[in-house]
Design a protein. Sequence first.
Length: 209
Amino acid sequence: MRAPVSRSLLVGMLACSVVVLPAACSGDDGAGGDSGSDGAATTAAASTAPPITTAAPPVPVDGCPSGDWLATQEELQAFYDTVGAMTAMSIIVAGDAELRLGADGRLSFVLTGFRFAQDAGGSRIDLLVDGSIDGTYTVDGAAMTTDALVATATASASIDGTEMDVDPVLQNFVEQFPFDGAGYRCDGDVLVLDIAVGSAAHVMTLLAI
C-alpha cells in the first residue's frame, strides 16, 4: 500500500510540473497516474507573484520572431506530454495561450482562464491561472533569451479540493520560463520553437494572430 504523500511534497510536485525544465525536478518521487481533462480549481483565492528582478531596458528586435503568436491547447498539451514523459507525470491542460513578442523587445505570455490538472501520489492537484508573464527578450542567432520576468497573474490552486498556497508555483514558473533559451525559426505565419526539456527537445509550433 502506497504511503500518503505529504502536502509539502505535493506542492513541490506541482511546482516542478508547471515549469518546463524537468531536470530541476529530478529529485521528486512518487508522481504518476492519469488525470481528467475537465478539472478546475475549486478555490477562488487570488495571488500575485512578486517581481523577480528590475526590468531591463528592452532591445528592439527587427523581424522574426517579433509578432503575436498563438499557442493552441493542442500544442501546449503535446508539450506537457513531453514534460510528463520526462518526469513520470500525467499532465492535462485546458486553454490556449498567447506569446506576444514586441518589436521593441518586450514580451508578454498571456494565459486566460488556463487550467492545469494532474494526479500526484493518488491526490488530485488543480491549478487555474488568469493573467500574464511580462518581461523582455533578446535574440542571438537562432536562440531567444528572456529577462526581467514578472507575473501579473491571479491564480488559485487546490489539492483534492483543499486550497493550497499558489505563490511558490507562480514564482517557480517565472524563474524557469518556458521559452528562455529556446531555438526559433519563422516559416510564413508560424513560429517554430525548439524547447529543451531536460535531456530531450520539444518542437512547438505557434500560429500568427
